[in-house]
Design a protein around this ligand. Structure first.
Ligand code: SAH
Ligand code: SF4
Ligand code: F3S
Length: 472
């Protein structure tokens, strides 16, 4: 995801900002340029925004210079994420001076957090739109076009954009994200998301099924079901006749076709159920990969974070996953230097990592976010150099585990979904294993979207290098 992220073996993961690549901009009278920051849900929201803008005669462009409208879909998760956006806004200043009708809009979590303050602080911004207000973009753009400052940051208890078909930006035509819920009801004390995204709500399963089925029919072969806390997905229809849990939803998506791979993110350790794990075990096309953020290995810190589980409870969850899904890949998020964290707490985090031996980890130094419970209740008292040193220690420990995890795969054969041409060589393709590891192999006559059996000959810290030994 963001600044302190350690990308260990995910060559294909999107970078911090992605500009659009919708090839049909010619057919639209006006052009918009969008950059997305933060989590996958934000990237998916940009695709919803693109869909709304298309209906208003705006086509996507990758070239800021030819855009009439520039949108930054922003993230507030850590301070650095916000600084990046502020920096980016100053870069648009020149274009704005040259083109009087050029509009700049801020969308997403930073818009929600700063609200009208944004318009006051950043003179370069014409438009501020929160994550639940994208349907009002057309009227806001019109308003901004007349020189008024336009803003809508209302959060909603219902909005899921369920009926809007996202326009896939920068798509490889093989893998896609499908949002199944919005918001978050957990109040992890360090986290800004409940404030920027509002209350949790689950999207109608019929619209999720329709979107996933349509993707499959258009040649996509993998969907990732997205939510801040997917395991708490729960849909009850208006009549109260139909209830759908996450396990059931995932099963329904998996049943669209055995050729459609299903992934999901993120699971909160307190909510992932045996039913989810058994559903994964029953379906070969639900990938054996679980992102299970631990945040800290110290029960005392977990309590201060309001994660609602203890170290022991989390470790039992890891055991349970390994029992029901032997060999399942597990990844995590870790925060170092949360308020009052001692060396002993830090050692507890290292020992959880030693136990879990994560295949992949995203590791961050704690960044205090204004308005969060931690900012109000506790002092951000771990010095910056201590946070950095602890971060370096967990990164070093994890690097060893992830390398071991890669090396373990050498000599084995995996089913890989071909996603495209390798970034490093035109003569090679890349795809991912069930465990979400990137594998590269010779192109021959293979195509994107095909499944192949790849025997792994070698590896680097981030990539498996193999030979195709069969087609599926
Ligand atoms: N909903 C997901 C995570 C969302 S944010 C979950 O509950 O796991 C992604 C990650 O950013 C978090 O898991 C956490 O590790 C990190 N993060 C969130 N707030 C942070 C903060 N204030 N400082 C540093 N890292 C933070
Ligand atoms: Fe933030 Fe916690 Fe919600 Fe994740 S579960 S988005 S960390 S409040
Ligand atoms: Fe960032 Fe908002 Fe996602 S704060 S991580 S873009 S929900």
């Amino acid at each position: 995801m963001l600044e302190t992220v350690q990308k260990v073996h995910d060559e294909s993961r999107q970078g911090e900002a992605i500009a659009p690549n919708s090839g049909d901009s010619q057919t639209y009278a006006k052009k918009f340029y969008i950059e997305s920051y933060g989590c996958q849900m934000n990237f998916n929201d940009s695709e919803i925004v693109a869909s709304i803008l298309n209906t208003q005669g705006f086509g996507a462009t990758r070239n800021v210079e030819e855009a009439d409208l520039v949108l930054l879909n922003t993230c507030s998760i850590r301070e650095k994420a916000e600084q990046t956006v502020r920096q980016r806004l100053t870069e648009f200043k020149k274009t704005k001076q040259q083109k009087p009708h050029f509009l700049v809009g801020v969308l997403g979590c930073m818009a929600e957090r700063l609200k009208s303050k944004f318009l006051e602080e950043e003179k370069l911004v014409d438009l501020v739109v929160g994550p639940d207000a994208y349907r009002t973009l057309p009227s806001l753009i019109e308003e901004a076009g007349t020189g008024q400052k336009a803003i809508n940051v209302l959060l909603s208890r219902e909005e899921t954009y369920g009926d809007i078909s996202p326009v896939r930006l920068d798509s490889n035509g093989v893998t896609a994200f499908v949002s199944i819920m919005r918001g978050c009801n957990n109040m992890c004390t360090f986290c800004v998301v409940p404030f920027t995204r509002g209350r949790e709500r689950s999207r109608d399963p019929h619209s999720i099924m329709a979107e996933a089925t349509d993707l499959f029919e258009r040649g996509y072969r993998e969907v990732t079901l997205l939510g801040q806390n997917v395991d708490s997905y729960y849909f009850v229809d208006e009549a109260g006749n139909e209830t759908v849990t996450f396990a059931r939803l995932m099963e329904k998506v998996a049943e669209i076709s055995p050729l459609l791979r299903v992934r999901f993110s993120t699971s909160h350790p307190k909510d992932i159920t045996d039913e989810v794990l058994h559903t994964m075990a029953r379906h070969e096309n639900i990938c054996n990969y679980i992102h299970l953020p631990v945040q800290s290995g110290s029960t005392r810190i977990l309590q201060l974070m309001n994660r609602t589980y203890t170290r022991e409870w989390y470790l039992k969850k890891i055991d349970r996953i390994r029992e029901i899904l032997p060999g399942c890949a597990i990844s995590t998020d870790v925060i170092t230097g949360f308020c009052t964290e001692t060396e002993e707490d830090h050692q507890d985090t290292l020992s959880v990592m030693e136990y879990a031996k994560y295949d992949l980890a995203y590791m961050f130094a704690y960044s205090e976010r204004p308005g969060t419970l931690a900012a109000r209740r506790y002092q951000d008292d771990v010095p910056e150099d201590v946070k950095k040193r602890r971060l370096a220690e967990i990164v070093a420990l994890h690097r060893g585990h992830s390398l071991d995890s890669m090396r373990k795969d050498v000599g084995k054969t995996f089913k890989v979904l071909v996603e495209g041409t390798s970034k490093k060589s035109d003569t090679q393709l890349f795809g991912r294993t069930d465990h979400n590891k990137v594998a590269v192999f010779d192109k021959s006559d293979l195509r994107k979207g095909e499944y192949v059996m790849v025997k792994i000959d070698d590896c680097t810290a981030g990539t498996l290098i193999g030979t195709v030994v069969g087609r599926c």
